[in-house]
Design a protein around this ligand. Structure first.
Ligand code: CTP
Ligand code: CA
Length: 236
């Protein structure tokens, strides 16, 4: 915290944190990706470790050094991340979905490189896409089906305002739709990808704001973990 005191309030807890951005192959040399750097997920992992948690860190294409003490699990695509989360979510106290997951992937990945037609300057290939699994939503449903309170689930949403409403309105609606315990909302109207600093609001499942933090990704990470604490399942 601000005073530099270390709170060991996650001792005995285990978190699965997803970080980075997935990549969807179109052919053997090309992919669809996004600008997520993994820094916020990394900051969450560091903060959780400092507070005494064990951390499984699912890293989607992250070019950062593994936080000492974290169990790093590398993945590439949304499907790989979905499989990994499904395998691990029943074994942890909290699932923190900081990764930017592709919403669409190639309907059929080409086995050979997609070629352009040199004879026709106007021709472009049509690349068919299909939806990926919504891992967060799936995890909320899976938990409900098991009738459990485990794991606590945290989602993230980077929004820009638009015709559907302000960024905050969209985030509130998303919080209610997703059913995660918390949704961490980042207003990216100004652009934050790869930046060191961040401004976030933590919303509950009704879309109500429970905290608002501006500052380093480390400060944001601690604020998110503060709000996560009361949602952690009871210790048996
Ligand atoms: N997420 C996920 N699986 C997906 C897409 C997103 O688990 N296939 C998670 C993200 O990790 C994040 C949360 O869902 O924690 C919200 O992601 P976001 O992209 O903001 O939400 P979407 O429902 O995909 O809506 P949008 O149309 O705004 O992209
Ligand atoms: Ca999305």
């Amino acid at each position: 915290d601000a005073a530099g005191a270390v709170r060991r309030d996650l001792l005995g807890r285990e978190l699965l944190i997803t970080a980075g951005g997935t990549r969807e192959d179109l052919d053997p040399v090309r992919f669809l990706a996004n600008h997520s750097s993994g820094k916020q997920g990394w900051a969450l992992a560091h903060a959780a470790l400092v507070r005494g948690a064990r951390v499984r860190l699912a890293a989607a294409n992250v070019d950062l050094e593994t936080p000492p003490g974290a169990q790093r699990l590398d993945v590439g695509s949304a499907a790989e991340l979905a499989e990994l989360v499904a395998e691990h979510r029943g074994q942890v106290d909290a699932l923190v979905m900081a990764a930017a997951v592709a919403d669409f992937t190639a309907a059929d990945r080409a086995d050979s490189k997609i070629k352009k037609d040199d004879g026709d300057e106007d021709s472009v290939p049509a690349i068919a896409l299909r939806r990926t699994q919504d891992i967060l939503r799936h995890s909320v449903l899976d938990r409900a089906e098991r009738g459990g309170a485990r794991p606590a689930i945290v989602g993230f949403a980077a929004e820009t305002g638009g015709e559907g409403g302000s960024a905050l309105d969209l985030a509130r609606a998303k919080a209610r739709r997703k059913g995660a315990d918390l949704l961490v909302f980042n207003d990216i109207t100004g652009g934050v990808f790869g930046a060191a600093d961040n401004s976030v609001r933590v919303l509950d499942r009704e879309g109500e704001e429970v905290s608002h933090t501006s500052g380093s990704k480390t400060a944001v990470a601690h604020a998110v973990l503060d709000e996560l604490l009361p949602h952690l399942p009871e210790v048996p």
